[in-house]
Design a protein around this ligand. Structure first.
Ligand SMILES: Cc1cc2nc3c(=O)[nH]c(=O)nc-3n(C[C@H](O)[C@H](O)[C@H](O)COP(=O)(O)O)c2cc1C
Length: 288
């Protein structure tokens, strides 16, 4: 990376391995963003997942403010259709880590499970004597999105406070057992876990797909996907080559093994999180 880049231009380069758009730095300079705004943008551009944490506990007041930030996320129709499980009992944390096949999460000072929650609204309908009419696929998606936005608000808040985080979709690996462990009733489903604490490892910022294939101006257009993916693979490989190929005994050993070959090999195998529909249908969701 060029040493001449500073500030958000350097952060942009570190995020994508690409030059920032023309005029980026000059225009930002003209806008004279407040230093704390620049610092916040820089922190978001440099975010990465952490999976190892020091033993230092996260004080109750910090937890409380971070959870309040999580609840400050926007929510569909202000319905707030999510719940957050805050695991404190070490035995429960270990049991969850085991169900997720993810040993490191047991040691995270903060371990949360963000859940979509249609139950609360259904109970509120009962309390008010109205018939609930929205047990639909759309409501399921709204609840999942609400939970995800709350989780992301928590991540941004935690990182602003100096903590590191990692999301954990593995909480959906053994859904019935996880639901039993967490006492999840019908109408509530885990979206993802979130481990957080003071980082005890160095992690790289990994290059993201270029904005040119993720951000579509005025209408979807993926005409150049093949060549853009190839360039992305090359950039990523030059900066951080992938150490291991997925299942060479099945897929062969690729001479050049980039991000997209790795991604498609993952996608060419069934997911180990496949039981969601059956779980939901057995636990109060119509998905109609
Ligand atoms: C919804 C979601 C679920 C994830 N689940 C896991 C997980 O189960 N285990 C894990 O180690 N990382 C998990 N991650 C972290 C991703 O692997 C990580 O974000 C991705 O590799 C990009 O790395 P970065 O966050 O450091 O940029 C998850 C991320 C998201 C958004």
């Amino acid at each position: 990376m060029s040493t001449t880049k500073t500030g958000l231009e350097a952060d942009f380069y570190a995020r994508f391995g690409l030059e920032a758009p023309a005029g980026f730095t000059a225009e930002l300079a003209r806008l004279s963003l407040a230093p704390d705004a620049t610092a916040a943008l820089s922190r978001i551009l440099a975010r990465r997942s952490y999976r190892r944490f020091t033993d230092q506990p996260v004080p109750e007041a910090v937890r409380a403010v971070l959870l309040a930030c999580a609840q400050s996320a926007p929510a569909k129709s202000d319905l707030q259709q999510y719940s957050i499980l805050d695991l404190r009992d070490p035995a429960k944390k270990s049991a969850l880590a085991e169900l997720c096949d993810t040993a490191w999460m047991a040691d995270a000072p903060v371990l949360l499970v963000f859940c979509g929650d249609l139950r609360r609204a259904q109970r509120a309908c009962d309390i008010h004597g109205h018939a609930y009419q929205q047990n639909t696929l759309d409501s399921f998606m709204n609840a999942a999105v609400d939970a995800a936005l709350a989780m992301q608000a928590m991540i941004l808040a935690a990182e602003a406070a100096g903590l590191g985080c990692c999301c954990i979709s593995q909480v959906r690996k053994r859904l019935p057992e996880v639901a039993e462990l967490l006492n999840l009733p019908d109408g509530v489903f885990p979206v993802a876990g979130l481990a957080a604490g003071w980082p005890d490892e160095a992690r790289d910022v990994t290059y993201r797909l270029p904005p040119s294939i993720v951000v579509h101006r005025d209408g979807y257009d993926d005409t150049d996907l093949g060549s853009e993916l190839d360039q992305y693979d090359q950039r990523r490989h030059a900066a951080r080559p992938l150490a291991n190929q997925i299942k060479p005994e099945k897929f062969g050993t690729a001479e050049f093994y980039g991000w997209s070959e790795n991604a498609v090999r993952r996608l060419a195998e069934p997911s180990d999180l496949g039981g969601l529909r059956g779980y939901l249908e057995a636990h109060g969701f119509d998905l109609a």
